[in-house]
Design a protein around this ligand. Structure first.
Ligand code: 8YV
Length: 315
């Protein structure tokens, strides 16, 4: 059987995912500028599927460059970087990788929450820079179990994080557009009110225009001088300039961020602070989860080329 041609926007890990992809498909890659337009016309015509990531997505221009594109398979749950309207107009289905990454992303969110709450960046530097010997002990911090954690967005990932922070003894509040039909967590109808009532705001909502800069200067100020913001969703949800300003003026206590407005570029002002914990978009980056995500991408490709229902279509 002839192998279908797919365009891959970024190498997937771990290696068995790439091996399986390359065994069943002719894999093309974007040019050095990350664009498909300059690929030879016959390659662009041969490509019938795009395999992409949450970060790279798929633009309308990419779709335009591939006249026979019939599937966009995203190795990631967030599809905000895929122009879904452009795909729908062209009748191109989009798949993603929900569920399989929930637990690992939630673990990472809790690691960031606890790490920031227990002042790990400052503590680590304290030891490395010899300040323990010179200056003695660090100031005390509030107990994690005494904190109230507010969730912006409360889907699968948010609820998995909530279960974890509850195990620490922390209180949970959440805000989303519509309250959950049945939940023993308290719903808060507005984001500013949520920010006023919680110590830590965990951003767990989808990205894209609908949530762009929802966390603005007012929300950050409402969190307050001892408040923390934790983001494992998308950098676009927080106004990064407002975040820097709130930290620099002492209106906000700290931030723990896995995602950024312009990855991989992280503002210097954030990198220099020891009340900021930074990770390079690694929420789902475990061997098991990335394998499971890759397996789902492969399952969607297989189903598509077999004419079978797609396992995880984006509605
Ligand atoms: C990845 C993510 O960025 O699932 C998502 O939405 O943000 C991540 O898991 C990525 O697409 C990994 O390939």
């Amino acid at each position: 059987m002839t192998r279908p041609h797919v365009l891959l926007t970024a190498t997937l890990a771990p290696p068995p995912v790439m091996e399986a992809l390359e065994a069943d498909y002719v894999v093309h890659r974007l040019d050095a500028h990350g664009s498909a337009e300059s690929l030879p016309a016959e390659t662009r015509e041969a490509i019938t599927a795009v395999v992409t990531t949450g970060g790279f997505g798929a633009s309308a221009a990419l779709m335009d460059a591939l006249p026979n594109l019939a599937l966009i398979a995203c190795c990631g749950v967030g599809v905000d970087a895929i122009d879904l309207e452009a795909a729908a107009r062209r009748g191109i289905p989009v798949t993603n990788t929900p569920n399989v990454l929930t637990e690992d992303v939630a673990d990472m969110a809790v690691a960031l929450w606890a790490g920031l709450g227990r002042d790990l960046v400052r503590a680590d530097r304290w030891v490395r820079e010899g300040r323990w010997e010179r200056d003695g002990n660090l100031p005390l911090v509030p107990s994690l179990g005494a904190r109230t954690v507010g969730f912006l967005g409360f889907g699968r990932i948010g609820q998995a994080v909530a279960a974890r922070v509850r195990a620490f003894g922390a209180s949970v509040l959440y805000h989303k557009r519509t309250p959950l039909p049945a939940s023993d967590y308290e719903y808060v109808a507005s984001l500013p009110e949520l920010a006023r009532r919680c110590d830590d705001l965990v951003v767990c909502c989808v990205g894209g225009e609908a949530t762009r800069h929802l966390v603005d200067a007012d929300v950050l100020t409402a969190l307050g001088e001892h408040g923390h913001v934790i983001n494992i969703a998308r950098g676009t949800v927080i106004n990064e300039d407002a975040l820097v300003a709130a930290l620099e003026s002492g209106r906000l206590g700290g931030a723990a961020l896995d995602v950024f407005a312009d990855e991989p570029n992280v503002p210097r002002a954030l990198r220099e602070r020891d009340d900021v914990l930074l990770t390079p978009h690694v929420g789902s980056a475990t061997v098991e989860t990335r394998q499971a995500m890759g397996d789902l991408v492969l399952a969607n490709l297989r189903a598509h080329y077999a004419g079978a229902p797609l396992p995880t279509p984006v509605p």
